[in-house]
Design a protein around this ligand. Structure first.
Ligand code: PAF
Length: 161
């Protein structure tokens, strides 16, 4: 398993895999991984030739900055878990790498993103779409895996795709 911090390095590795005809799967995460994430990674490993797990605490989806400050950062432990379930690449970029300039893109999929959690966390799903669209553009996965616990998030991402 390789730990990668830059887009350029990740894309170089993935270009090599793609040239060999390998199928690439992506599991986006914000770290602090647990068994739920492990099960997504196991499924990704079973269904693809190359599994990329992103570990990025995305600031744009936190409408309450205190929640962002409190969020656990456990990259070393995350890597131990990811290696044990067979991930090939852990992509853990810095905020500057993912947002060299502020992302002003607006994503809007009413009513999917405006009801329930969307009504209580303004801007949250916009931030999720910003980061997930960037990850999709960088990794170009054939498949991506998201926890069903965040059911509304999946619906928003489906709308975006
Ligand atoms: O579900 C999460 O952990 C995050 O919202 C995601 C999809 C990794 C985007 O930051």
């Amino acid at each position: 398993m390789k730990l990668i911090h830059t887009i350029e390095d990740l894309q170089r590795n993935l270009t090599e895999a793609r040239a060999k005809g390998e199928k690439i799967g992506l599991v986006p995460t914000m770290g602090a991984l647990h068994e739920g994430h492990a099960s997504l990674v196991r499924r990704c490993v079973a269904e693809n030739d190359v599994t990329v797990v992103s570990v990025f605490l995305n600031p744009t989806q936190f409408n309450d900055k205190k929640d962002l400050e409190k969020y656990p950062r456990t990259l070393d432990a995350d890597c131990v878990l990811l290696e044990s379930v067979g991930a090939d690449f852990v992509f853990a970029p810095s905020v500057e790498e993912m947002y060299p300039e502020p992302d002003s893109r607006k994503f809007s999929y009413p009513p999917v993103d405006t009801v329930m959690e969307g009504a209580f966390r303004p801007g949250h799903f916009n931030g999720v779409c910003q980061i997930v669209s960037k990850l999709f553009a960088i990794v170009e996965p054939g498949r991506a895996y998201f926890g069903e616990k965040d059911f509304q998030q999946i619906a928003v991402i489906r709308a975006m795709v």
